[in-house]
Ligand binder design. Structure first.
Ligand SMILES: Nc1nc2c(c(=O)[nH]1)N[C@H]1C(S)=C(S)[C@@H](COP(=O)(O)OP(=O)(O)OC[C@H]3O[C@@H](n4cnc5c(=O)[nH]c(N)nc54)[C@H](O)[C@@H]3O)O[C@H]1N2
Ligand SMILES: Nc1nc2c(c(=O)[nH]1)N[C@H]1C(S)=C(S)[C@@H](COP(=O)(O)OP(=O)(O)OC[C@H]3O[C@@H](n4cnc5c(=O)[nH]c(N)nc54)[C@H](O)[C@@H]3O)O[C@H]1N2
Ligand SMILES: [Mo]
Length: 669
């Protein structure tokens, strides 16, 4: 017998909730115990989007996967302590509880809660079918993208956009409400290429972060005023005769209504509301329409406000005024997910969704966990709501209700898992097979299971199949393998999928969709019901709840550079010993009694949290920033920043309002 090689390298698609969906090169080592482990991770140099580098967060994935506190065995809470049990016992007891709840209360008492911990079609989507077969309430997955998705749908239909490969053709790049250097870092080389070709980069964001420093110009607008900035810019473009009247006539509908709405927003009035100068507004209008093609990359930042859907809709309509959709590299991107024309009719047993199904908006979890909502079982997977959901202190209180059984499927001992009645240990993307799309490019991925599952970890899909069998469920799609699912989703006949068979995808690992060469998705209109880009209803500015003496600051809580939402918050936890912890950024004008480097209590209408203060003019007066959904465990007071955010929803899509919390700061030391 020859000795097995001790080191090998594999290529896999990153499963995390990020537009880049990178192709990762992973080094796997076989230890003296004969077990294989991932020890190093970088980007695939041959993948045209990943380009050989992994981000500052996912390079730590091996440490996360091999973390000593990773749950490897099922656990049950016994006398207050999580105690190891067998899978048989855990599954039998959970099934018995479900049977009892279903018999007494019916499926409306069973809550599922999840998000995009894995973007895999099997482990992230298809598994919801279990709950649909039970008839349990639908979870509206609104925490992140629905305000933007709905805004885009109104104007343009499905989410097509400029692909990264075309960005080098742009001459003006506007990064609008996106901290792309942190949150979409594989776009950077394409922008740098555009810059080498002469492009100028503008960042529109209420505070100065990595992206603002990278840009040529940073426009520090007042949060929640993007709609006004667009109307002012549009008015100036029209006043100067820079609008593309041909495109507007041929490809859009309802522009007169939009024009009328913009009429009142003179440069001066726009400047006054947005906090920018009239010159800055005029220059933005000039750059966008004159130094074209203009590529606008919008993120989700501006959507996390009460008027956030309208704001995003307004921004994304700019290329329909300038006609940039007709130029390569011109136009806008929110997400590229619309290009994946998969057959989703039975994905997650979608065909079982009842018209009269009850719905739970996931931003309103704190409310759903109140006794009056009537849930007796909560299944949580691919998500860490004790940290990431708004009003997290109430979420935590709800999860601790004695009359609610909480079942958490996890890869990490998150704060949510620590509150569970049952913790079920899940495999990672290296340990299970799955299929991946992307929302930042147009490559489809398939990962085989490269590593043996450590301990007794299992894929989510295995857990739900086991429970399905115990409950006597017969819906065939619940028992599909990843191969079955792959065959199903690729079976559409759509030209973008031409030649992408299950065999071809599995052999290649990743394949680009067959998009038409030089594709300009909205050059002649849009796949909306009218066939046109829709300017109606005209975006109308709706000011946010005003600041006052009690709550004089608006708090934004955008993602951190080194985390992926709360994932890697565990590492943050470890590094706290080295002095790393979440800070609140406060402008010198708002400093008052606060002392830089000392603790402040952040008080909102919802709750309180304590953070260390950093005084900086990176923020603007009246605005404070806490970056990152750090685990509460990493914070001085053990609280997630979401202890202060509210369940308030956006104007479109029932979305989250994480960047719009009125607060006051008090000295905590
Ligand atoms: N490093 C890192 N990368 C990530 C994530 C992470 O946690 N860390 N999370 C991933 C996920 S799930 C998502 S959804 C994306 C989110 O990433 P992005 O789409 O970039 O969204 P945010 O970071 O929430 O907000 C982007 C910027 O919008 C700004 N902003 C806030 N309010 C306003 C406003 O009213 N107007 C304007 N113009 N700007 C505003 C914020 O200050 C922030 O800098 O990132 C993904 N990538
Ligand atoms: N204040 C504030 N709060 C926010 C945001 C913000 O900007 N500010 N951003 C919001 C946004 S955009 C989002 S998308 C949400 C994201 O919030 P979450 O979806 O909760 O994202 P993560 O915190 O990364 O948690 C994902 C969890 O899924 C687990 N997981 C990953 N893969 C698997 C798997 O295969 N099986 C199982 N069982 N578990 C798995 C990971 O271990 C991780 O704990 O947070 C939101 N919360
Ligand atoms: Mo997100």
């Amino acid at each position: 017998m020859t000795a097995a090689p001790t080191i090998r390298q594999v290529l896999l698609t990153c499963p995390l909730d990020c537009p880049d969906a990178c192709r990762l090169k992973i080094t796997i080592e076989r230890g003296a115990d004969g077990l294989e482990k991932a020890v190093k991770l970088t980007g695939d140099p041959d993948h045209p989007i990943t380009r050989g580098f992994a981000c500052a967060k996912t390079v730590h994935y091996p440490a996360r996967q091999n973390h000593p506190e990773r749950p490897l065995y099922p656990m049950k809470r016994v006398n207050g302590e999580l105690t190891r049990v067998s899978w048989e016992q855990a599954l039998d007891e959970i099934a018995a509880h479900l049977r009892d709840v279903l018999a007494r209360r019916g499926p409306d008492a069973v809550l599922r809660y999840h998000y995009a911990g894995t973007m895999g079609l099997m482990e992230g989507h298809h598994i919801h079918g279990f709950f649909r077969a039970l008839g349990a309430p639908e979870l509206d997955e609104t925490i992140c993208s629905t305000a933007g998705t709905e805004a885009w749908r109104l104007g343009y239909g499905p989410r097509y956009g400029v692909l990264p490969e075309d960005v080098a053709h742009a001459r003006t790049i506007v990064l609008w409400g996106i901290n792309s250097l942190s949150t979409n870092s594989h776009l950077t080389p394409f922008m740098t290429q555009a810059r080498k070709n002469g492009a100028k980069i503008i960042h529109v964001d209420p505070y100065l972060n990595k992206t603002g420093r990278y840009a040529d110009t940073h426009l520090k607008l007042r949060p929640g005023t993007d709609t006004v900035l667009v109307l002012g810019v549009a008015r100036e473009i029209m006043a100067q005769g820079w609008a593309d009247e041909t495109y507007i006539r041929e490809a859009t509908q309802g522009f007169e209504e939009f024009r009328a709405e913009a009429e009142g927003w003179t440069l001066e009035r726009t400047a006054e509301t947005t906090g920018l100068s009239a010159e800055q507004v005029a220059e933005l209008a000039r750059a966008i329409s004159q130094d074209s093609p203009t590529y606008i990359r919008v993120g989700y930042g501006m959507t996390r406000h009460e008027g956030g859907g309208t704001a995003l809709r307004a921004v994304t309509l700019l290329p329909a005024i300038t006609g940039d959709w007709r130029r390569r590299g011109g136009g806008c991107t929110l997400s590229t997910s619309g290009v994946f024309h998969l057959n989703r009719s039975r994905l997650g047993a979608a065909h079982l969704i009842r018209e009269d199904a009850k719905h739970v908006n996931m931003n309103e979890l704190a409310g759903a966990l109140e006794p009056s909502a009537g849930f007796e079982a909560a299944f949580i997977y691919n998500c860490n709501p004790a940290v990431v959901a708004p009003d997290s202190a109430q979420v935590i209180a709800g999860l601790q209700r004695p009359d609610l059984k909480v079942i958490v499927l996890e890869q990490a001992m998150t704060e949510t898992a620590r509150l569970a009645d049952y913790v079920l240990p899940a495999t990672t993307f290296m340990e299970h097979a799955d299929i991946y799309t992307s929302y930042g490019h147009s490559w489809l991925g398939y990962n085989p299971a490269e590593l043996d599952a450590p301990g007794e970890t299992r894929p989510n899909s295995w857990v739900f199949q086991q429970l399905g069998e115990r409950l006597g469920l017969t819906e065939p799609s619940l028992f599909w393998t990843v191969d079955d699912l792959l065959t199903e989703v690729l079976d559409t006949g759509h030209p973008f999928l031409e030649g992408i068979t299950p065999e071809a995808l599995k052999a290649a690992g990743t394949l680009p969709l067959k998009l038409p060469d030089g594709w300009l998705p909205y050059a002649d209109g849009a796949p909306t019901p009218s066939g046109k880009v829709m300017f109606t209803p005209a975006p109308v500015y709706c000011p946010a709840a005003e600041l006052n003496a009690e709550y004089p600051l608006r708090l934004l809580t955008p993602p951190a550079h080194h985390f992926l939402n709360s994932t890697y918050g565990m590492l943050g936890n470890l590094t706290r010993a080295e002095g790393t912890e979440p800070h609140i950024l406060v402008h010198p004008a708002d400093q008052g009694e606060l002392v830089g480097g000392q603790l402040a209590r952040i008080v909102s209408e919802t709750g309180q949290a304590v953070r260390r203060v950093r005084i900086t003019d990176e923020v603007q007066p009246g605005v404070a920033v806490v970056e990152g959904s750090w685990w509460g465990l990493s914070a001085p007071d053990g609280q997630s920043i979401n202890a202060v955010t509210a369940q308030t929803l956006t104007d479109l899509g029932g979305g989250s309002t994480f960047h719009n919390t009125r607060v006051r700061l008090e000295r905590a030391e």
